[in-house]
Design a protein around this ligand. Structure first.
Ligand SMILES: [Cu+2]
Length: 319
């Protein structure tokens, strides 16, 4: 990949994370996507988010050097309600500039995040305050918008789940589970940002920061329903996400709830980078039912199967 005319800027974006820059090692069983509690200041929900380099286990015996919000992969979950005024005090502990984008939200332009377009990049050690009122509801996410080919690929993303102001507008289910996809390139002992180009293709894949068999198992009972919120937090592939044990109903796309007449049955949705699909699945029969990507290379860990697969796979355990 390192051709004679490769510019230095490209080499910098594609370079491995320097392991010595990881200032924190998460426990091998640590989970990301932890709900972040806001502090209420004069009616404003105030959140604190930072970005730093950490060492993160995608499997008990495989760790990556990752860029992380609040030292977890995915970043902390922001749970707010339509109509909330929120403020995110952001601090950059990375050795390079960054910004945060609120994907799909209608916000003032200077709150939107794209570096050098909507705001100046936040330098190492710098801060920025994102402040806006949430006018929508549904499944959204946030991610880096400064060199996202490097920074989002190394872990800078998190879920933003917005409850409707009118609770009756929520499509209800017995369980609610969010799936954030990611692709990783770990070669020998180094972690590179995975890119859809020769020499940079990913060899590990994660759901919520873990590769199967380290992904969650979700326990259900026959007759129960689960709302699975797929989020294309990954940078490269369209992942055809499939659930065994019968079709699901697609009830929301990109945060927008479909009218009843527009909802449809399917057993696979193509989750592209940036897209969200909320689907309702009913546990019809007892057993272990898979949720997985239908590109089989994405259900292996460095091309090896463990316990029947790997990567983008988890089990719905129905009793
Ligand atoms: Cu896939």
């Amino acid at each position: 990949i390192n051709t004679f005319d490769l510019p230095a800027a490209a080499m910098k974006d594609m370079a491995a994370v320097k392991p010595r820059q990881a200032g924190f090692e998460a426990a091998s069983d640590a989970r990301g996507d932890q709900p972040l509690e806001p502090r209420i200041e004069n009616g404003v929900k105030v959140f604190h988010i930072d970005a730093s380099i950490i060492r993160w286990h995608i499997l008990p015996d495989v760790a990556v050097d990752a860029y992380a919000y609040n030292r977890q992969i995915p970043g902390p979950r922001l749970q707010v309600t339509e109509g909330d005024h929120i403020r995110i005090n952001f601090t950059n502990h990375l050795p390079e500039s960054t910004t945060v984008h609120w994907h799909g939200l209608i916000v003032p332009n200077e709150m939107d995040g794209p570096a050098k377009v909507a705001q100046p990049p936040i330098p190492p050690g710098g801060t920025y305050t994102y402040d806006y009122t949430v006018g929508q509801h549904g499944t959204y996410f946030y991610h880096s918008h400064d060199h996202p080919d490097r920074q989002q690929a190394l872990g800078l993303y998190g879920a933003l789940i917005i409850a409707p102001k009118n609770a009756a507008d929520e499509v209800k289910a017995d369980l609610d589970y969010t799936i954030q996809l990611q692709e990783w390139l770990k070669r020998e002992w180094l972690t590179y940002p995975a890119m859809l180009m020769e020499g940079e293709l990913p060899n590990y894949f994660t759901i919520n920061g873990k590769a199967y068999p380290a992904t969650d198992t979700i326990n259900m009972k026959v007759g129960e329903t689960i709302k699975v919120r797929f989020i294309g937090t990954n940078n490269n592939f369209v992942h055809p996400m499939h659930i065994h044990g019968g079709p699901f109903e697609v009830v929301a796309v990109d945060g927008v709830t479909l009218q009843e007449s527009a909802r449809y049955q399917a057993d696979t949705v193509n989750v592209g980078p940036g897209q969200r699909y909320d689907v309702l699945w009913t546990a019809r029969k007892p057993g272990k039912w898979l949720v997985h990507c239908h590109i089989p290379h994405h259900t292996a860990n460095n091309n090896v199967e463990q316990n029947g697969g790997g990567g983008l796979m988890l089990v719905l355990n129905v009793n």
